[in-house]
Design a binder for this molecule. Structure first.
Ligand SMILES: Cc1cc2nc3c(=O)[nH]c(=O)nc-3n(C[C@H](O)[C@H](O)[C@H](O)COP(=O)(O)OP(=O)(O)OC[C@H]3O[C@@H](n4cnc5c(N)ncnc54)[C@H](O)[C@@H]3O)c2cc1C
Length: 408
């Protein structure tokens, strides 16, 4: 049977990063991807913060970058509008398929081997310091013995479960059409709020050109079909979107958006990372920044454990500690904010958007707004004298509900 140090399952941004960082540290790495090509099918709006690009080690001049974004138009359920203009580039629209391929190429250049059309179907017990991984490679069943297996197999991950780890706590649905669209400004995204169109979360348009946009929603829905229905409703009846969308739908993509990492992401000879581990920002549903950040730690810890000849759960525990130190606090604050936001009524959203239009609050948003660390801005907003009363009282009510003491 073939032997290796680290098997990584899934060549998305998390898998390619983990494979690359493990290979750079000297591990023999096999990266399995079930599709014939890396990067397909795309399940992404392709909106990346500067930090997300850095986490992926991608430069702003690379060919996967479409154009920069400097702000957002936010539309409340009752038709109020808020324009946030940072007056500088704060994010980028990317071609996700190209980005995934660039990242996989870099894993390859670092010494990892990529096996395409290889669907991992089994992960054996940890025995003698390794696990046997079963995979279907273009119709042929094969096995490889590996000291560490890294499950970077996305939202519908099975690798962690096969090795006895729990799934993330909740799953939202993301659905998106690429459509002909009268784009308001190529450097601004649009965000649409309200229970009618995106219950519990939000809808968006991300401009690709001045006449094409990715229009999508991420929401709590029982089925993907229900999420598609919500998106159609947005496109056909939303006062802003319906006026901008032209007839032609150029593409559709959809997927799960997992939130809330499980209590354990490490076991004997096993780690999970990225969407598979719920490394997704609860305030936006974006997963690439956190996935790549955590994957670097996973790759390095895996290689170091192999180097020391011990890949037990204890030897891999540095990964769990490392990623929780890096993003754990932001994830748990993000989840609290997500739940507060999710419980706002349409009326409260209208009031909050109106209040955030205040000039001094807007200055705070522009100065402290950070797509990857929203807790910094939220703290500033809550401390500010003009902060929306509705927002403050909701936070207090939520904290009381969770058993925290608050001042009156
Ligand atoms: C509609 C939508 C829009 C989104 N927009 C954004 C956005 O704008 N910005 C952002 O940051 N995030 C966005 N996200 C989230 C983002 O796409 C994910 O967080 C990100 O792709 C996670 O990366 P990953 O490497 O962990 O998993 P994935 O990118 O899902 O990669 C997993 C890989 O594993 C492979 N695989 C799965 N099972 C197996 C198996 N058994 N054997 C072999 N291979 C396997 C899959 O084929 C896939 O290539 C969006 C999600 C959705 C659904």
């Amino acid at each position: 049977m073939q032997e290796c140090d680290v098997v990584v399952v899934g060549a998305g941004p998390s898998g390619s990063t983990a494979a690359r960082y493990a290979a750079v540290r000297g591990a023999r790495v096999l990266l399995h991807e079930e599709h014939a090509e890396v990067g397909e099918p795309v399940q992404c709006a392709g909106l990346f913060s500067e930090n997300a690009l850095k986490a992926c080690d991608i430069e702003q001049s690379e060919r996967c970058i479409v154009h920069p974004i400097r702000g957002a138009f936010i539309y409340s359920p009752g038709g109020r509008e808020l324009c946030i203009d940072s007056h500088r580039d704060i994010a980028y629209v990317v071609e996700r398929c190209l980005l995934d391929r660039l990242m996989a190429d870099r894993a390859l250049d670092s010494g990892a081997e990529i096996i395409l059309k290889s669907h991992v179907t089994g992960v054996g017990e940890y025995d003698g310091g390794a696990r046997v991984v079963k995979f279907n490679n273009g119709g042929e069943i094969q096995y490889v013995r590996s000291k560490v297996v890294i499950g970077a197999d996305g939202a519908q991950s099975t690798v962690g479960r096969l090795a006895g780890l729990d799934a993330p706590g909740r799953m939202l649905s993301g659905v998106q059409f690429e459509v002909a669209y009268d784009v308001r400004d190529e450097n601004f995204v649009e965000v649409f709020l309200g229970s009618e169109f995106a219950p519990g979360f939000f809808a968006w348009s991300v401009p690709l050109t001045d006449s094409i946009a990715r229009v999508g929603i991420c929401c709590y829905s029982t089925t993907q079909g229900e999420a598609v229905k919500n998106l159609r409703n947005l496109i056909e009846t939303h006062p802003v979107v319906s006026g901008r969308c032209r007839d032609s739908v150029l593409g559709l993509n959809m997927g799960g958006v997992p939130l809330e990492p499980p209590g354990k992401t490490v076991g004997d000879g096993i780690m999970i990372v990225g969407d598979a581990a719920g490394h997704v920002k609860p305030t936006s549903g974006g997963g690439v920044y956190m996935g790549a950040t955590c994957a670097k730690i996973a790759g390095e810890v895996a290689a170091d454990a192999v180097g020391k000849g011990d890949s037990s759960a204890k030897a891999l525990a540095g990964y769990e500690q490392g990623w929780r130190n890096a993003v754990g606090r932001e994830l748990s604050i993000g989840l609290k904010l997500h739940d507060i936001f999710r419980n706002l009524s349409d009326r409260e959203l209208d009031k909050a958007i109106e209040a955030l239009g205040d000039e001094s609050l807007m200055r705070l948003i522009v100065e402290y707004g950070d797509m990857d660390h929203p807790s910094i801005l939220i703290r500033k907003l809550l401390m500010h004298r003009s902060s929306p009363a509705v927002f403050k009282s909701l936070v207090k009510a939520w904290l009381r509900d969770k058993g925290y003491r608050t001042t009156s």
